[in-house]
Design a protein around this ligand. Structure first.
Ligand code: NCD
Length: 305
């Protein structure tokens, strides 16, 4: 039995196979409509979500399966003080696979150690978000037709942005990747990611506070929201929340084939005027998220393609 807690648990071949399956699902959805017939997915969301939870649920329905679960901690027994270990042990009697989001870093890993069914980490605190990364990888592959030789700018809250941490981990395995880290000083990428991923893999990276300076060099611009819920102090959030706002004017110097990505939800960091730009990919990411999650559920349940 296998879970997915960190994107680094997947080999490059496995990522390629998941992407191939997702592309095949996009082309032939009917072929997959009964693959998980009789199976149940439990979505255990201890933190807010729109896309991740609903795309997991839609994915399981489109595979012919069923969904149970809760969408806030307050409606589960964790509000009474139940441990994550006991919750997943319980759910293991009712479902075949679990997608879990939790505000505490490491909670899905603890869950996996105590579970008899696969656990998918659907976001743990400011740590990791492997299924958003699979979504991002599918989008990059469809847009760029490759993973190698890309310059990727990550902009915004690089400290708490779990989607950034996981995507840097995934992209660092490909050849000739350059990373530009654009953030205020207070929200820089954590040292542990530089020390355990960027530096050992010899990835060329630069840090800057200027989005304008970085834009012309980029093939991909990955914008992120300032993660209000991870701040200790609301004043700091208010000071930093509008550090970067992408507008059509700022894109004048960008490459013609730039891909503008964002895991969403956005607050102010991309002006709605950018949505019309054909380089905007963030709603394509939303769409791709369901298909790659279908592929992942099948893989972890050991369902033949
Ligand atoms: C992200 C998350 O939850 O980390 N959202 C998502 O899953 N698409 C990004 C965010 O909340 O800013």
């Amino acid at each position: 039995m296998r879970s997915l807690i960190d994107i680094q648990e997947l080999s490059t071949d496995e990522i390629d196979r998941l992407i191939d399956t997702a592309n095949d699902i996009i082309d032939n959805p009917q072929r997959y409509s009964e693959k998980c017939k009789g199976k149940k997915l439990a979505t255990l969301f201890f933190e807010p979500s729109t896309r991740t939870r609903l795309s997991f649920e839609a994915a399981m329905y489109d595979l012919g399966g069923h969904v149970i679960g809760f969408s806030e901690a307050q409606s589960s027994s964790s509000a009474k003080g139940e441990s994550v270990a006991d919750t997943v042990r319980t759910v293991g009697y009712y479902a075949d696979i679990i997608a879990m989001r939790h505000p505490k870093e490491g909670a899905p890993m603890v869950a996996a150690m105590n579970s008899r069914i696969p656990i998918i980490n659907a976001g743990d605190g400011g740590h990791n978000h492997p299924t958003q990364t699979l979504t991002d990888l599918l989008t990059i592959k469809r847009e760029k037709k490759r993973f190698d030789s890309l310059t990727i700018g990550f902009c915004g809250d690089l400290k708490f942005g779990r989607t950034v941490h996981s995507l840097i981990g995934a992209m660092s395995r490909y050849e000739n990747i350059k990373v530009v880290l654009i953030s205020p000083d207070e929200l820089k990428l954590p040292e542990y990611i530089k020390q355990t991923i960027l530096e050992p893999k010899g990835i060329e990276y630069t840090e800057t506070t200027s989005l304008e300076e970085a834009i012309p060099t980029l093939d991909i611009l990955y914008m992120t929201r300032v993660q209000r819920e991870r701040f200790f102090n609301e004043q700091d959030y208010i000071r930093l929340k509008d550090s970067y706002i992408l507008t059509p004017e700022k894109l004048v110097t960008a490459k013609k084939n730039l891909s503008i990505m964002h895991p969403l939800p956005r607050v102010n960091e991309i002006s709605v005027a950018v949505d019309k730009d054909e380089r905007a990919c963030y709603f394509k990411q939303v769409e791709n998220g369901k298909f790659i999650r279908m592929a992942l559920i099948m893989m972890l349940l050991g369902v033949e393609q």
